[in-house]
Design a protein around this ligand. Structure first.
Ligand SMILES: [Zn+2]
Length: 388
C-alpha cells in the first residue's frame, strides 16, 4: 500500500470498511492477512495498533512490514474474497485523543522552551521525554495553554509538503526524514511530522491533564492523559479526595492540611505511648526480685520493641540469668528471651518443639512465638531454670 493512502490515513473516522483479501499466511502466532485497503492503524510513531474484527474474526495485532500492512488473526480468511473490517472504535478514538493531546503539549513546550520530544510512549498514560528541564510551575502553565487550545477548537490538518517546502518548514521530528512526509498542523500550536491518527478538531480531545514531571536524563519525563481517560482519572481523584474529606470532616480544598494535622497528632500519640510504656516497665520491674535465674513476665499485646526493652531490663537491672517476656497476641504468645551469661541458641529449638513455636536468634537474644498456654510455657521455663 502506498504511503499515506490507507483508509485510516485518508479518513481516521472510518470504523467499518470492505476490502479484498490479498494474502493469508500461517505463522507461529496465527494468520497474517493482507488486505487491498485497511482502516486498521498499524503500530507506529508511538501509537499502538488498532484492534477489531475482520469478518467477525478478532484482529489481535496490526503491523507494517515494508509497505505491507499485516493483520494478525487467530483464524484464516480465504484469499480473493471481500471481507468486512470493524475497528474497535473505543480503543482507536482513545488513541486519537491521546495522540492529538500529545502533539498539543509537545508543540507548546517546543514553542515556549525550544525543547524536543525525544521519546514518546502511549500506554495506560502517555509518557513524553523532553531534552530540557521543567518546573511544576512551568507544567501548570503548559497544561493551562493546552486546555485553552482545546477550547479554541482548532482544526488538525494534514500537509504533504514536497522536499523544497519541507526544507522551509519549522516542523518537529524525531529523525531525519526522506521520501514522502506528512506534517500534522495545529495552527499556532504545533507542526510535526507524524503518521498517526488524529481527531479533526482539538475540541474533541475534551481535556488534558499532566500527571507528573520527573527528571529524566538531561531533561524531564512527563506523564499525561487526555480525552475520556483524563475525565475518568479526574473523577477517580475527586472521589478519593471526597472520601478523605468526609473521613476527616475537612473541606475538599483543605484535605492536605487536615492530613498534616492528623500526622502531627499521631506523632504526639506515639510519644505519649512511649512515655507510658517506660512508666509501666519501671513499675513492673519493681515487682521482681533481683538475681533470679529466670524472670518471666506475661503481658498482653505488647509490641516487640517494648518486649525487647523489657527483657533486657530484666537481665541488666534485675540481674536475671534469663529475662523472658511473653505477650499474648490472638491465640499465641510472642516471646523474647535475653541472656548475658547463657547461650540461648541451646534452648531455642527444644523450646519451639515443646511449645509449638517458631523463631530463633543469637546467643544473647531469641524471639518468636509459641502456640501454647501460659501454664505450658511456665512449665517449660522451669525446666530451663535448671539449665542456666
Ligand atoms: Zn504524532
Amino acid at each position: 500500500m502506498k504511503e499515506f493512502e490507507a483508509i485510516y490515513d485518508k479518513d481516521p473516522y472510518i470504523r467499518s470498511f470492505e476490502a479484498t483479501v490479498l494474502s493469508c499466511e500461517k505463522t507461529k502466532k496465527g494468520y497474517e492477512v493482507e488486505l487491498s485497503d485497511t482502516a486498521f492503524y498499524p503500530e507506529g510513531g508511538g501509537q499502538p495498533y488498532d484492534q477489531g474484527t475482520i469478518n467477525g474474526i478478532f484482529v489481535e495485532e496490526v503491523h507494517k512490514k515494508g509497505d505491507r500492512i499485516l493483520h494478525l488473526l487467530k483464524e484464516p480468511v480465504e484469499t480473493g474474497i471481500v471481507v468486512n473490517g470493524q475497528i474497535d472504535w473505543q480503543r482507536r478514538f482513545d488513541f486519537m485523543q491521546q495522540h492529538s493531546g500529545e502533539h498539543i503539549v509537545s508543540g507548546i513546550i517546543h514553542g515556549m522552551f525550544g525543547y524536543e520530544n525525544v521519546g514518546f510512549h502511549m500506554g495506560k498514560v502517555i509518557q513524553i521525554d523532553f531534552n530540557g528541564p521543567l518546573s511544576w510551575q512551568d507544567v501548570e502553565v503548559i497544561e493551562r495553554k493546552a486546555n485553552q487550545a482545546i477550547t479554541d477548537n482548532i482544526p488538525i490538518e494534514y500537509l504533504y509538503p514536497d522536499a523544497e517546502e519541507l526544507e522551509q518548514m519549522p516542523y518537529r521530528s524525531k529523525k531525519e526524514l526522506t521520501g514522502k512526509v506528512r506534517v500534522v498542523r495545529i495552527q499556532n500550536i504545533d507542526l510535526c511530522a507524524c503518521c498517526g491518527t488524529h481527531v479533526a478538531y482539538t475540541g474533541e480531545i475534551g481535556m488534558i491533564k499532566i500527571l507528573s514531571c520527573i527528571k529524566h536524563k538531561e531533561g524531564v519525563r512527563l506523564e499525561m492523559v487526555a480525552g475520556e481517560k483524563a475525565f475518568l482519572y479526574m473523577q477517580e481523584i475527586f472521589n478519593q479526595n471526597h472520601a478523605i474529606s468526609v473521613a476527616l470532616s475537612a473541606k475538599m480544598n483543605e484535605t492536605s492540611e487536615a492530613v498534616k494535622g492528623l500526622q502531627k497528632a499521631l506523632v504526639e500519640k506515639e510519644r505519649m505511648i512511649s512515655i507510658l510504656n517506660e512508666k509501666y516497665m519501671n513499675y513492673k520491674l519493681d515487682m521482681f526480685m533481683e538475681s533470679q535465674r529466670v524472670i518471666m513476665s506475661f503481658e498482653e499485646e505488647m509490641d516487640r520493641n517494648a518486649m525487647r526493652k523489657f527483657a533486657n531490663a530484666l537481665v541488666h537491672e534485675k540481674y536475671a540469668h534469663v529475662g523472658a517476656v511473653f505477650s499474648s497476641h490472638e491465640d499465641e504468645y510472642q516471646y523474647v528471651l535475653v541472656s548475658d551469661s547463657f547461650d540461648l541458641r541451646k534452648i531455642v529449638k527444644p523450646l519451639n518443639e515443646r511449645l509449638n513455636g517458631r523463631g530463633g536468634g543469637n546467643s544473647e537474644m531469641i524471639q518468636g512465638s509459641f502456640h501454647s498456654t501460659q501454664e505450658e510455657i511456665e512449665e517449660a521455663m522451669h525446666d530451663v531454670e535448671k539449665m542456666v
